[in-house]
Design a binder for this molecule. Structure first.
Ligand code: C2E
Ligand code: MG
Ligand code: MG
Length: 652
């Protein structure tokens, strides 16, 4: 396609050419006629000249003159056009040279026989070769790996065939470095039908782009905290293994590892300490594993191991024992020695599932069972577990009915003042009177309610029922002290929690100082600052506050002082061993001592015999609660019990 200006110029030149030609012919004809006149006599000529000069001589001469003028014009115009075209061509060439010289992309031009004839400065910069070193050589000297020359030959063949090719290849710098490039090759032909006279290759170093891509890929498939491959990576690995498996071929195992009580550590010592612990555990697990086992972090405190080529389950058990050793070794975080144990669920391919999803789901179910059976142990998946998992789901839906159909009830366990032997408080403990399964204990349904959020309406029901009962006792002139109600973390962390407690007190008419809320250490340590606010609000209303199961978390006594609590309930696991274990005895004694120094009242939980009660009384622990005094009983029974204790005292 020619430029319109050029076409116009050609048109004008042709027109001038034609006019000149036409005028030349006319002029020549007239001149010839004139010449014929020249045969006339001199006198005739003289008179004809005088008479017809303007008519006879003028046409020929004029035409000749006009054609000369037109020719001159034509020449001038043509010269101008040539000069202008040359100037434009020079400018075009200069522009192309500039582009070639200043392009950020490396460019190389080869001749037909593929010998380099030109390279630009970007080429020198990227490849490290100077132009003089490559001119006349084949571009093959730039190719990276052994496979690349063949690959490039194929690419050249494509260029020869279709005129262009582009793709990614590895190239080699003069220094020997290999780097990835994005390359485009085009052939240059004089016309469509001519063979290629040259080839132009343009390429850039895409190392940075490749590094960015692989970083994004790494982040998508790895966990940032531990650097381990993540759940997505595991899904992909498992899917590949499943796809490659042949019937009756290799067996492989999926192990899901969950750290017991990690949440307590996280809540008590903060997320930073939790992160440190996870990193340490990740390193330890990794050190215990050898190929073909692969470690992943699934999120939170969950890790997974995929073990390929499992000939026998003994191999898995051996590995599990190694993992237990790795995790159970005490771990020092912020100068504290933390003891942590794992629970592990295991599924095997193909017996426990023929897809990645089924294997993970079943290993998860097995893990749930390992936890339910006392933690710090492992379980291989077994089909009946799925039935149990379904049961958990049905418990959840039955619990909704329990609330709606009034199947919940409260039992009360007294707290005894160790110096007077009197009932000074009662703890309300929820039970589920199931129409088919009979009485269900809270440990069998409170965790389910907590997991599905049902603990919110359930907890509210307990608070309302307990406060109503306490007010009824007050109205009846029965003195049972405070009513203690257990509060779950989810309840406590509701933004309107303090107001909802206030509303219950208003509704029931129970004086605030008669209500005690029991909260666990991990509940208050979780987002400690907002807990301080909520506890202060409750305190301002006059409500008493107790830390339940004290000693099972990781909070220090001094730290707890910030929470303005009134009582600490020493967990029954410490009380159980005070007679037999000197360490437990000195631990309980020092909790009592430190607690009193901080102005906190101590309640010992799980007191099962007189010796334990004696020990606690001697250490000046104020209150005790446990089977030694009474099991949790109905409202009427606890009143009778309180009467009995009073009569014993009066008679004593
Ligand atoms: P907790 O608050 O520590 O309650 C004390 C638990 O220890 C009660 O178990 C009680 O029966 C048991 N216990 C008391 N004395 C002894 C003893 O001498 N020896 C032994 N071995 N055990 C003793 P229970 O009623 O099964 O409650 C278990 C847990 O369920 C409670 O522990 C509490 O965390 C939770 N829970 C109970 N009721 C509620 C409730 O209404 N709301 C919430 N959120 N949790 C509740
Ligand atoms: Mg309690
Ligand atoms: Mg307790």
């Amino acid at each position: 396609m020619q430029a319109p200006a050029l076409c116009g110029r050609k048109l004008v030149l042709s027109a001038f050419g034609l006019i000149t030609l036409f005028l030349s012919f006319v002029g020549f004809d007239l001149w010839a006629l004139n010449s014929r006149h020249g045969l006339l006599g001199a006198g005739e000529v003289a008179s004809e000249v005088v008479d017809v000069w303007p008519l006879a001589l003028a046409p020929g001469m004029l035409s000749i003159l006009a054609s000369v003028a037109a020719f001159a014009l034509l020449l001038t115009f043509a010269a101008r056009c040539v000069w202008r075209a040359q100037r434009q061509a020079a400018a075009q060439l200069c522009l192309q040279r500039n582009i070639f010289e200043h392009s950020a992309e490396a460019m190389l031009v080869t001749n037909q026989s593929r010998h380099i004839v030109a390279v630009n400065p970007a080429f020198e910069q990227i490849t490290g070769y100077r132009a003089a070193e490559v001119l006349g050589h084949s571009p093959d000297l730039l190719s990276g790996l052994a496979r690349e020359p063949a690959f490039l030959a194929e690419a050249w063949a494509r260029v020869a065939e279709s005129g262009a090719w582009q793709g990614e290849v590895l190239a080699r710098r003069k220094s020997g470095d290999i780097y990835p490039t994005q390359i485009r090759i085009r052939s240059v032909r004089a016309s469509e039908h001519d063979p290629a006279s040259h080839f132009v290759a343009m390429f850039s170093d895409i190392s940075a782009q490749k590094a960015q891509e692989s970083r994004i890929d790494f982040l998508a498939h790895h966990d940032t905290l531990t650097g381990l491959p993540n759940r997505l990576a595991m899904d992909l690995d498992l899917a590949k293994m499943v796809a490659a498996a042949t019937p009756g071929g290799r067996q492989f195992a999926v192990l899901i590892i969950d750290l017991d009580n990690f949440k307590t550590i996280n809540d008590s010592l903060g997320h930073h300490a939790g992160d440190q612990l996870l990193r340490k555990i990740a390193v330890r697990l990794q050190l215990r594993l050898a190929s073909p086992a692969r470690l992943f972090r699934l999120g939170g405190d969950e890790f997974a191991v995929v073990l390929d080529n499992v000939a026998h389950t003994d191999t898995v058990v051996e590995l599990v024992q190694q993992l237990f050793l790795a995790v159970s070794k005490p771990c020092e975080i912020n100068t504290r020695l933390l003891h942590i144990s794992p629970s592990i669920g295991i599924s095997l391919y193909p017996g426990d599932g023929e897809s990645a999803e089924a294997l993970i789901r079943n290993a998860d179910t097995a893990l749930y069972f390992a936890k339910a059976h006392g933690r710090n142990n492992y379980q291989f998946f077994a089909a009946p577990m799925n039935a149990a998992a379904n049961k958990r789901l049905s418990t959840e839906s039955e619990l909704w009915d329990a609330l709606a159909l009034d199947q919940l009830r409260l039992d009360y366990q007294p707290q005894i003042d160790l110096s007077s032997g009197q009932v000074v408080a009662v703890e309300a403990l929820v039970r589920w009177q199931h129409p088919q399964h009979g009485l269900i204990q809270p440990s069998d349904f409170v965790p389910v309610a907590e997991a599905c959020g049902l603990i919110l309406p359930l907890g509210n029901w307990v608070l309302l029922a307990a406060c109503r009962q306490a007010k009824a006792w007050l109205d009846a002139g029965l003195e049972l002290g405070e009513i203690a109600v257990n509060i779950s973390a989810l309840q406590f962390n509701q933004p309107e929690f303090a107001q909802s407690v206030h509303a219950v007190l208003l509704e029931t008419g129970l004086p605030a100082e008669r209500l005690e809320l029991e909260i666990t250490e991990s509940t208050v340590m979780h987002s400690a600052d907002s807990s301080i606010k909520v506890l202060a609000e409750l305190k301002k209303m006059g409500i008493k506050l107790a830390i339940d199961d004290f000693g099972t978390g990781y909070s220090s006594l001094a730290y707890l002082r910030r929470f303005s609590v009134d009582r600490l309930k020493i967990d029954r696991s410490f009380v159980a061993d005070v007679e037999s274990d000197a360490d437990a005895a000195s631990l309980v004694a020092s909790i009592v001592l430190l607690g009193s120094t901080l102005g906190l009242e101590l309640v010992a939980e799980g007191v099962e015999n007189a010796a334990q009660a004696e020990f606690l009384r001697d250490r000046k622990c104020q209150r005790a609660q446990g089977f030694h005094f009474s099991r949790p009983v109905s409202a009427d029974a606890v009143v009778a019990l309180s009467d009995k204790f009073r009569r014993v005292r009066l008679s004593g």
